[in-house]
Design a protein around this ligand. Sequence first.
Ligand code: B3K
Ligand code: ZN
Length: 876
Amino acid sequence: MSSRQAIRRLDYTPPSYLIDRVDLTFELSDTHAKVTSRLIIKRNQGVSADTPLVLDGEALTLESIKLDGVPLTASDYQLDDCSLSIPQMPDDGILEIVTRLLPSDNTSLMGLYQSNGNFFTQCEAEGFRKITYYLDRPDVMAKFTTTIIADKTKFPVLLSNGNRVGSGALDKNRHWVKWVDPFKKPAYLFALVAGKLVSLSGSHTTPSQRTIQIEIYVEPGNLDKCHHALAAAQKAMAWDEARFGLEYDLDTYMIVAVSDFNMGAMENKGLNIFNTKFVLAKPDTATDIDFDGIDSVVAHEYFHNWTGNRVTCRDWFQLSLKEGLTVYRDQEFSSDIGSRAVQRISNVRALRETQFAEDAGPQAHPIRPDEYLEINNFYTWTIYEKGSEVVRMYATLLGTAGFRRGMDLYFKRHDGQAVTCDDFRRAMSDANGVNLDQFERWYSQAGTPILSVNADYDAAAQTYTLTVAQHCPATPGQEHKLPFHLPLAVGLIDRRGQDLPLQLQGEAVAGNTTRVLEIREALQSFTFINVPCLPVPSLLRDFSAPVHLNFAYSDDDLVFLMANDSDAFARWEAANTFAVQLLKAQYAAAGQGEKVAAPAAFIAAYQKLLTSDKLDPALVALMLELPRENYLFEQLSDVDPVRLYDVCRSIKQQIARELRQELLAVYQRLNDATPYVYEGEQVAGRSLKNICLDYLAELDEPMIASVLARQYQRADNMTDRLAALKALVNRDGGDAQLADFAAHWSTDALVMDKWFTLQATSRRPGALSRVQQLTEHPAFSIKNPNKVRSLITAFCLANPPHFHAADGYGYAFAADHIIQLDAINPQIAARLASCFNRWTKVDAGRRELMQQELERIRGTQGLSSDTFEIVTKALG
Ligand code: B3K
Ligand code: ZN
């Protein structure tokens, strides 16, 4: 366990030693691994000769160490839990270190570990130090050569970074393969895979006429599920060439799928390692959302080759430099290959349900944090999703061409370097000749700013003035915030539903119908002229900045915007705001014992959506979806999550009752017999059909029961089958179908994950005891992160009424599993512990129960620094 010493951003110092070359040899056997590392090391310029060389190393057995060919004795070096120091290190030298590891015992899934008998590595952020002693920090970049030796029958495939330069046979049925990576890289991008794998290959030809070989490696039996991932890699390559002029730089691009993996995927140079969830898919095992997820994760990891690998981070505080930028790139990719509007709405919804909560709670941190105990805790919604919004704001402020100029300059200046978020901002600023000094506050200040907008129409002068006030709430350690520089995209819509051309006071002619206002002050006004009648303002179009927006829209305004806004995000947002206002009011009314019901105007707005033949079905589906409880939860205090659930449910039932005809008509129209294809129009149709089904399932009618059963039975794809099963499970338990599903898919781990999640998130009584029973199911394993996420995390984070059961059993269940998991895999335990983050938001009784569980976890002997950091911050 690492020490509980906070690491601070401002303490950064350049490395005292540098490594030019690393030659690694791995000898793998069933029981252990022997790693020989030959390092060419030199002291960094300006560092005094008496500075010791301190290499990082954890959970290693050191077998031998030589300096320039001479074995070192115990008095030449010092060893402790996390380092190996050589006090008298010459200016330069060759170190040869032999370590021995036990990968089969490594349940943390960091460093070298085994999954189904095969070997895999995960080194980001600090896993390489679990393989050998090294300068395990991203600003030490070296050229790596890797030789792997293993039994030919058990480990026919031996992979590492770069190009395969040689292979051969050895004694005792062993073989070897040698890999050379021509690009220097930090150790966190190192990877090794050895095992019984099969591969699907394809190719891509770049504009400079190089042919890249793409190989996808999976366990035998899964080859028929790799085609979508392969196509995604080909699309991503073509997109990055067209959009950013970036080509792949090695001859081969490899993706390997593994079922035991802590996160989604990892961008190791030339050898990306993926969670099977983001590789394996065919229509009868994967949903539309899974296919979409594969596109975006494959693209994300591929894009890292430039934003992360060629240009990397100086230190881990700069993590958002690569993650925020790469998420922005993958979101743009998905927008270009699919529906931009659907992509934007889905991304914003996810940001607001997760990152906004993080930013309002005890773990709030800026996208460039100032300190951490455990870096693995900082792979957060804030670093990734808010980081991406910050990158998007550059693009909105500078325009597409300006953003591209900034990117080009960034690569020109920094290719092959380890740099900072400031370097990125400087490239954007210098390439465009604009001052982005104030923009730096997005990197240093945590919290979600609140924009409060007021409007004033002067009919006589025909002017319309928007006054914008910004304020950012305090976050832990940051009491007072300074104003942010942000783009606020607005439009004005006249009563006929037409966008007005916008002309600000002082301008000679009217311009576009969407205007990006640059906000820099705490309070600013913008006056539009030649506004012939009182318009309805469309504010924060395309969600131009990651802020909360307050504007006193009437219900009529919202209905008007839902029907007329030319900006798809704003139209969806109007529906969302209408529903949020309604549900909050109903929640308050229910607290007073009043009956819950939606007004006729709300039902009528939904009816209009269902009967419109002009709107994109995918957008209608998104607009019909009620805001999730986790999002509403954030906007309330002293929350009773059970009451909140009851209110949402009752509104949903009312919609189902009052719009039964319309829902059924849309369902029947879209439920045709066309064979499944994962393709835009079909995906849109299915999403609308299945949201209608979800509402209809609220009706206690035998006819609806048979519609559900029929869709479950007859579906030719997992999207429809799962939608029906989910509705059945929530409606009456769906026991027969659950049993049928498990019998059919018992050997497909990813499909079984869905089966676990449906039950973990079931709103029917008894959910917790069923989840407890399922932890004993043969397909469940506490050591497999996908299983933990699909059963335990799903229950704790996505089943609020049961997790927050007033008796506190849900909390105790979570705490028991956090403690159990902490000893197995601290990263997964710490993630799960975030289910207690918002404990101060719930009512007093629950608050006390949650606090007790947090204290119980904190008091656990031998707790990892991962879980310790999360729990300590949560307790405040
Ligand atoms: N860079 C990795 C995440 C590594 C997480 C380490 N705990 C995946 C990604 O963002 O692409
Ligand atoms: Zn990433």
